[in-house]
Design a protein around this ligand. Structure first.
Ligand code: AMP
Length: 419
């Protein structure tokens, strides 16, 4: 399948070419024609599949065909509702790229920052608006957004939206916007409450399904290091040293844990920063920017903050803890190896988490490669003080042996090269 076959208008084709995309991803190939023929779409797909372009590109084309780019009056035509600020910003960035030569007016609004700048944008007229639910309803209430001429509604990451408690906001929104509209509904999973919501919102939808939440793309290599709780930071340090030049996204279960880990990593000489819900919106954005432009190499993130983070060519994701929900693991490692690129997911498991690794393997139906050869191997049963002392001695010995072997191997390789 080529983009040519999707019958896109020339300015959009040009923008896609400039973005460097050669072929549409599966969801794009399936969804774009359906959206262009004005069908409602039920998309079961997670981020990383190219779903943003799958809805953004045909939306730009439809609006361009309705309004052209010359009309002075620019009513709101498409509304894209997404659960997190990071996702909203990312979708808007995508739209900016695909809209480069169509010049439709678009904007993004989200909470946690002052509304003035967003209101200024809205006043200029916006045809495509990306929004998080709270700020959207707030600005509709204040009459800064007029939804009368709306033609298309996109509900993105519907399952996350419900998890985050936005169901009332969505219901409220549905009461305000025109009943006669095209609706595109995207969710990574389809639990009962999501099926019910989709039935309520969609009219004879066409279903498009790509890579369920339980599937890990084959381009991501998975590894697990079994270790002890108290050795995790040292083991992470050891792994990071071997990945020196790379950018790495490290997951932490808690916000507090993320901050603590950043402190420890900094002490060990790594450039690291954390991103989570307790950081201000501006701080989160500047951290993300620093990570994207490689000013910082290591980003420690919680699950909610990381959802939707899309970083070009992110190869490494490290699970500093193993999530107790295997689906969370699938989401986490989906941050690497995006749209066919190669990725590597490394997990660090302490004894209590071993069972989660098994659950992940069961869900994904894939074995995770166990790395045995490292200086901090796991001890399984609780130890007495004497055993612990003995164990520590043994550990020091193994550690020494490991580094000696590595040095010897390096020397051998060096000699070979020199020959
Ligand atoms: P998404 O699932 O929308 O978050 O997209 C994941 C990543 O894939 C983004 O970095 C996109 O820029 C990229 N992408 C989307 N469509 C294509 C394509 N057809 N070819 C290559 N990369 C793509």
């Amino acid at each position: 399948m080529t983009f040519k076959e999707l019958k896109l208008i020339a300015p959009i084709e040009r923008a896609i070419e400039e973005k460097g995309y050669e072929h549409p991803t599966k969801i794009q190939a399936e969804a774009i024609p359906k959206v262009l023929s004005r069908k409602d779409v039920l998309g079961i797909a997670q981020t990383g599949t190219g779903k943003t372009a799958a809805f953004s590109i045909p939306i730009i084309q439809l609006i361009y065909q309705i309004d052209g780019n010359t009309s002075l009056h620019k009513p709101l035509r498409a509304l894209i509702v997404t659960p997190t600020r990071e996702l909203a910003i990312q979708i808007d960035e995508n739209i900016r790229a695909y809209n480069k030569h169509t010049h439709l007016r678009h904007a993004v609004i989200f909470g946690g920052v002052k509304q003035n700048k967003q209101v200024e944008e809205l006043k200029k007229g916006v045809q495509i608006l990306v929004a998080t639910p709270g700020r959207l309803l707030d600005l509709i209430d204040q009459s800064y957004i007029n939804v009368e001429d709306l033609k298309i509604l996109v509900l993105d990451e519907a399952d996350r939206m419900l998890d985050m408690g936005f169901i009332h906001d969505i219901r409220k929104l549905l009461k305000i916007i025109p009943k006669k509209r095209q609706t595109l509904f995207f969710s990574a999973t389809m639990p009962d409450d999501i099926i019910a919501l989709s039935k309520n919102m969609l009219h004879k939808p066409e279903r498009v399904e790509v890579a369920r939440k339980s599937s890990v793309v084959d381009t991501i290599r998975q590894r697990v290091y079994y270790t002890n709780k108290e050795d995790k930071v040292q083991l992470l340090h050891h792994i990071l040293q071997s990945l020196k030049k790379e950018r790495i996204l490290v997951f932490s279960r808690t916000k507090h844990g993320a901050d603590k880990l950043v402190k420890k990593l900094k002490k060990l000489g790594h450039e690291a920063d954390a991103i989570h819900g307790n950081k201000s919106q501006n701080k989160r954005q500047s951290t993300l920017k620093n990570f994207k432009n490689k000013t910082i190499k290591i980003l420690v993130a919680t699950d909610i903050a990381a959802r939707g983070i899309d970083i070009k060519l992110l190869k490494f994701v490290i699970n500093f803890d193993i999530p107790n929900l295997p689906e969370t693991y699938v989401h986490r490692i989906g941050r690497s190896g995006r749209a066919g690129e190669e990725g590597m997911a490394i997990s660090i498991s302490e004894p209590e988490e071993n069972v989660f690794v098994k659950e992940i393997e069961k869900l994904t139906k894939k074995k995770i490669e166990v790395i045995q050869d490292h200086p901090f191997p796991q001890t399984t049963k609780p130890m007495t003080a004497a055993e612990k002392k003995e164990w520590n001695k043994e550990k020091q010995r193994k550690k020494k042996e490991f580094f000696e072997n590595r040095r010897n191997n390096k020397e051998k390789r060096g000699k070979k090269k020199g020959r």
